[in-house]
Write a protein that binds this ligand. Structure first.
Ligand SMILES: *Cc1c(COP(=O)(O)O)cnc(C)c1O
Length: 388
């Protein structure tokens, strides 16, 4: 080791020489650091006083994370965004920023199971009640929102894919002065931009389509400067569900191909949904693209849907025969996946409720990946033949 020049010194020389530029690299560098140092006392005190915007500690501000947040805010048509370590961190930090003990939340029925569990455990202990409504019933939503503090939406909903008129529901929430939040993981900003439909805050499990490669667990929330600032002030730093620089870098990579991936998922999944619907062994296909028309504001459909087999189909045999579709939870990546409903209903996590999630024991959830429609359909046909 050369005593005169240490690798650390070389690294800092490179940064000063080429600050903010990274030699015009086409891919931005990962600023993989926990803390940032200051040139002198005055610079440090200015940063602490908030007179200059300069990262101090990565739990607060990190340039790579910030890059992802700015990209996502633009994609969703928001003023600001905040990245999180998971979709659930985005959900819990967002909801907890707007409720207090004694408050009531209204949620559309069949929300993502772990959101349902957050509401039924931690929020319940905090004396926050949750009322579930059928989001397709606007009169019921209107009635439930009287006196509520927050409206939690998902459209379409997890598993049964109930799709809502998001702008109509957001308008009802606005009339009641209720903060309106939506989980937009399914549609992605390519097919639905809830902020432009009147929703206050849009959040994602970035582990799904935003990342798109099944190699990151992350979340994000976007909205107006004012509402995002409220989350940033307390829940974000103190609950600490911070997005890591490396994961943010993977998300920046994923976002570059989001539009073309979404269009490929859409085309393949719609074709497979239509073919499944034509089969005798299939009782029902739950895919918003098979409705007469998509609800206003939904401009396309993604690769995730479910269907229900008729009685007599051996779902275990079906699952075990599939080759391209693999058994696995999550979705939104390049790969095709299935989850049998009857497996989810045996999950140990509590509360667990077929009724709350809308899961039929004969249903199967499919994520249609990017392998190609022809090969995926042959795979399904073989497995259905083996199971019926
Ligand atoms: C996966 C998922 C979440 C949770 O996201 P994580 O990144 O796994 O924490 C939230 N909402 C929906 C609709 C999801 O599918």
């Amino acid at each position: 080791m050369n005593d005169a020049v240490w690798p650390g010194e070389l690294a800092s020389l490179m940064v000063t020489h080429d600050e903010g530029n990274a030699y015009d690299a086409v891919v931005p560098p990962i600023v993989q650091t926990s803390l940032f140092t200051f040139n002198d006392y005055d610079q440090m005190v200015s940063a602490y006083r908030g007179e200059i915007v300069r990262p101090i500690y990565t739990r607060g501000l990190n340039p790579t994370v910030r890059m992802f947040e700015e990209m996502l805010a633009k994609l969703e048509g928001g003023e600001d965004a905040l990245g999180f370590a998971s979709g659930m961190a985005a959900i819990s930090s967002t909801v907890l920023s707007f409720v207090e003990p004694g408050d009531r939340i209204v949620a559309v029925r069949h929300v993502y199971p772990d959101a349902f569990r957050l509401f039924g455990t931690i929020l319940k202990r905090m004396k926050i009640d949750v009322t579930y409504v059928d989001g397709r019933d606007e009169a019921a939503v209107d009635k439930a929102l009287a006196g509520a503090k927050l409206f939690y939406m998902e459209s379409p909903t997890s598993w049964v894919m109930e799709a809502h008129d998001v702008s109509a529901l957001a308008a009802i929430a606005r009339r009641h002065g209720v903060v309106c939040v939506i989980d937009n993981s399914w549609a992605s900003p390519i097919f639905q931009q809830p902020l432009t439909l009147g929703v206050d805050l849009v959040l994602h499990s970035a582990s799904k389509y935003l990342g798109g490669h099944s190699d990151v667990v992350a979340g994000v929330v976007a909205g107006s400067k004012e509402l995002v600032a409220r989350i940033r002030a307390e829940a974000y730093p103190y609950l600490g569900g911070k997005l890591s620089p490396f994961d943010a870098w993977l998300l920046v990579r994923g976002l570059r191909t989001l539009p073309i991936r979404m269009k490929a998922h859409e085309a393949s999944a719609l074709e497979i949904a239509r073919r499944l619907q034509a089969l005798d062994v299939v009782e029902q296909v739950c895919h918003p693209g098979l409705m007469n028309q998509l609800p206003p504001g939904l401009k396309g459909t993604s690769g995730l849907f479910s269907f229900i087999f008729r009685e007599g189909v051996d779902i275990r045999a079906f699952a075990d025969r599939l080759k391209l579709f693999r058994l696995g939870v999550s979705w939104g990546g390049h790969e095709s996946l299935i989850v049998p409903g009857e497996v989810v209903l045996q999950q140990k996590a509590q509360p667990n409720s077929a009724h709350a999630f809308g899961i039929n024991a004969r249903s199967v959830r499919l994520h249609v990946g990017l392998e190609g429609t022809g090969a995926l359909w042959s795979d399904l046909q073989d497995a259905i033949a083996a199971a019926s």
